[in-house]
Design a protein around this ligand. Structure first.
Ligand code: NAI
Ligand code: MG
Length: 369
């Protein structure tokens, strides 16, 4: 039986609370004899700053480098508002993404029928929605140089950010999107602004080339990112996989997230390049939400985003795709039974705690197994 190396980084606020429910799931998988795990634990964010005056240490980075999958909770909170900028909790997350080369951010937006009412859109527009946003995460305008604010000396200042993309960066993110589409509805929509941006012209050209060379069996469509955003709220079910750059992906994935209702439900994965020798890729899995200081320590956090993130680890890093499907089915099942944490509560539903939700999920999983 395969043994998988995991690094658990619970972080701050509700991070440790939702991570506890993932641990419960890991123990269950182990007890069922489905797989074995070697588990390392580490500090990140404010928790790491309190211990080591750094948001993540080199020792933890080494563990991250050696892991088959990193499971990350959330970082930050008012307690660390006054720590130096370069040591702020988020810097731990950014270092993980950057040093491990996690260039592909996968954000599924799934609307469970039981939660369709909590979407800001009409039920028929979102019910059964299942799309995947693939955002380029390590390039583009967030990292491009020059990045400056200059005093022009005439009472004016000038701010410059630079959007930069090289061919290889577009090729590799396109491949991630096409590979995912093959396992889904076989359709990719690429979004850029080729009408006003040179990087959009190159993006469009390179995605089209990769498609023509390697993925002719997948349907490829191009949309301008602005009208694409419009289509995302008008008729989101037209999409399967959307691939886009760092900036547009940041916005479009947040929009897609809200189509589905709650922040407490949304998982994500960040993937690196496949190693030619080992065929493995660095990968980190984390919920979209933050450390939720307003509800931390109250046992109220919704653990489903964290659990669904672990489900993505099962699918993309740990070769347990079938079990990942069952985790998704178990999530749908607990919701269908009207069990709700406070963030997704609705009339007539039973409100459960973080651990109550984790237990209910395992019960459903056991029944599906
Ligand atoms: P947040 O996502 O922590 O919370 C926003 C709202 O959603 C809050 O009302 C919170 O109670 C609720 N919420 C979030 N996750 C929930 C869950 N699992 N169950 C139930 N309710 C949930 O975002 P906010 O408040 O803007 O940031 C709080 C802290 O988290 C800040 O320090 C911020 O920098 C950090 N943060 C960290 C992220 C990360 O670690 N990836 C991402 C976003 C924010
Ligand atoms: Mg964002």
């Amino acid at each position: 039986m395969a043994t998988h190396k995991l690094l658990l980084l619970p972080g701050d606020g509700i991070g440790p609370e939702v991570m506890a429910e993932v641990k419960r799931l890991i123990d269950w998988i182990d007890a069922q004899g489905i797989a074995r795990f070697t588990i390392e634990n580490g500090l990140v964010g404010g928790a790491a700053y309190d211990a080591d005056k750094l948001p993540i240490t080199d020792a933890t980075m080494a563990k991250a480098d050696a892991a088959d999958a990193i499971i990350f909770g959330a970082v930050g909170g008012p307690k660390w508002d006054s720590v130096p900028y370069e040591h702020r909790p988020e810097a731990g997350l950014l270092r993980l993404r950057k040093d491990l080369g996690l260039f592909a951010n996968l954000r599924p937006a799934v609307c469970y029928p039981a939660l369709a009412e909590s979407s800001s859109l009409k039920r028929e527009v979102v019910e059964g929605l299942d799309i995947m946003i693939v955002r380029e995460l390590t390039g583009g305008v967030y990292f491009g140089e020059p990045k400056t604010i200059t005093d022009l000396g005439n009472g004016q200042k000038r701010a410059v950010d630079t959007q930069v993309y090289d061919t290889y960066e577009i090729e590799r993110i396109a491949r991630v999107a096409f590979d995912l589409a093959r396992k889904r509805q076989n359709k990719v929509t690429s979004m850029e602004k080729r009408n006003v941006m040179k990087s959009g012209v190159l993006w469009n050209e390179v995605v089209t080339q990769v498609h023509g060379r390697e993925y002719k069996d997948v349907t490829l469509e191009h949309q301008l990112a602005d009208s694409g955003g419009m289509n995302l709220v008008k008729w989101p079910k037209q999409f399967d996989v959307i691939v886009t750059d760092n900036l547009f992906g940041d916005m479009l994935s947040d929009i897609a997230a809200m189509l589905t209702g709650s922040l407490g439900m949304l998982p994500s994965a960040s993937l690196g390049e496949v190693d030619a020798k080992t065929k493995k890729r660095k990968a980190m899995y984390e919920p979209v939400h933050g450390s939720a200081p307003d509800i931390a320590g109250k046992g109220m956090a919704n653990p489903l985003a964290m659990i669904a993130s672990f489900g993505m680890a099962l699918r993309y890093s740990l070769e347990m795709g079938e079990l990942a499907d069952k985790v998704d089915q178990a999530i749908a099942a607990v919701l269908a039974k009207s069990l709700r944490t406070a963030d997704i509560k609705s009339e007539g539903a039973t409100v459960v705690s973080t651990s109550g939700m984790g237990e209910a999920l395992l019960k459903e999983l056991q029944a599906l197994h």
